[in-house]
Design a protein around this ligand. Structure first.
Ligand code: HEC
Ligand code: HEC
Length: 327
């Protein structure tokens, strides 16, 4: 944090310096100095200003995010609440928070002790560190109140109010209070595991510039009203909620109509035409097996293993949502 703010200050000074140089060159007596100097220094000023602007935005996003105070909350931890939390965590959080296996990727199995070097393993090491936290009571969360974990999930900020670079972009801020509390109840019920692997995020200035330029996505404004989920059932409405917490919408777009490629991700197709041709049974079979009806397996980029762990009702709701018309 201190390093990134320091780099930002230096860049501001350099930008001002380049700006002064440009105005000096433009006022020079000799014509070639005017043109070459003015263009060169002007271009430099523009580039520096663009980097400084994005870096400043990134620094503001990461270290001074908008988020309300943590709630004064005590999660009861009733057995059915823990069971609901276990379900939710095991169709989403395990993807990143389970301990890394021999290939450095999360095993998707307990324990949820974190340590997956996400940026390093995925080839983004140049932006700094993004390592999923140990979510068992043996890690950092042991020192968090229930309200502070709630705020981390709902608003993407840590105990000190600093943005969680990765979590702030995840869809969990759209979980309703009940489901968010169920997750907390489950995390609290886990056996504590202590690890020595480094965890947490630490983006360098390149990462801050990219975050500020919106290359990883935009952080939504903090929710000011209570988040309500539609009644649980095999309806399209509830299916949209399922598609939110299981991240389908995060990848396939807010309406599940696909997403174009960006500077850091590949294009993601619209799944609706394919699903529209399937019966519910064929859809469930595809999501359980990871193989499309034409015999082609989903590529690794499509995390069908999560959907395979869903209840039949949640899959039926997803199906209803995917075959319904896009509003
Ligand atoms: C795409 C990977 C990914 C997924 C999926 C994910 N996390 Fe995280 N999580 C991270 C990373 C990376 C960090 C480190 C801080 C950061 O950059 O957000 C983190 C940090 C956290 C923290 C630590 C907060 C703090 O104050 O330091 C909590 C709590 C957390 N995650 C909970 C969850 C829960 C609960 C789920 C599932 C509902 C989940 N995460 C799913 C990547 C992920
Ligand atoms: C991490 C990103 C990601 C998430 C999360 C994700 N998908 Fe996908 N999905 C993909 C990618 C990438 C493909 C492209 C496969 C290909 O190129 O054939 C895909 C393909 C599909 C297809 C096949 C489309 C076709 O016409 O071949 C369906 C159906 C689908 N996803 C449904 C879902 C559902 C339902 C969920 C939520 C349970 C989900 N996806 C979550 C990335 C994702």
């Amino acid at each position: 944090m201190v390093t990134n703010i320091f780099i930002l200050i230096i860049l501001i000074i350099l930008t001002i310096g380049a700006g002064r140089l440009t105005s000096k060159a433009v006022r020079a007596k000799r014509l070639w100095v005017k043109i070459a100097g003015g263009l060169g220094a002007g271009l430099l000023t523009l580039i520096l200003a663009a980097i400084t602007f994005a870096g400043g935005k990134g620094v503001a996003m990461l270290y001074f995010p908008a988020a309300p105070a943590a709630l004064d909350l005590t999660v009861a931890g009733a057995p059915e609440q823990i069971a609901r939390g276990e379900y939710l965590v095991n169709i989403s959080c395990v993807d990143c928070h389970s301990a890394p296996g021999p290939d450095g990727k999360p095993t998707r199995q307990p324990p949820l002790s974190g340590g997956y070097d996400l940026t390093g393993v995925e080839g983004f090491g140049f932006i700094g560190q993004l390592t999923p936290e140990n979510l068992t009571p043996g890690g950092k969360l042991g020192g968090y109140s229930d309200g502070e974990i709630f705020r981390a999930l709902r608003h993407g900020v840590n105990k000190d109010g600093r943005a969680l670079a990765m979590m702030s972009l995840m869809p969990y801020r759209q979980l309703n209070d009940e489901d968010t509390e169920a997750i907390i109840a489950y995390l609290r019920s886990l056996p504590p595991v202590e690890t020595t692997l480094p965890t947490g995020d630490n983006l360098n200035f390149i990462g801050a510039v990219m975050a500020g330029a919106g290359m990883f996505g935009t952080v939504p404004e903090p929710a000011t009203e209570a988040i309500t989920a539609p009644a649980q059932g095999t309806t399209a409405e509830y299916g949209k909620y399922v598609a939110t917490y299981d991240e389908c919408r995060g990848c396939h777009g807010p309406d599940m109509t696909g997403k174009p490629a960006t500077s850091v991700t590949e294009a993601i197709p619209n799944p609706r035409p394919l699903v529209g041709e399937l019966t519910l049974e064929q859809f469930v079979e595809m999501m359980h097996s990871g193989v499309k009806p034409d015999g082609v397996p989903f590529p690794e980029a499509m995390p069908w293993e999560n959907a395979a762990k869903m209840t039949d009702d949640d899959l039926a709701a997803l199906y209803a949502y995917l075959i319904a018309s896009v509003k």
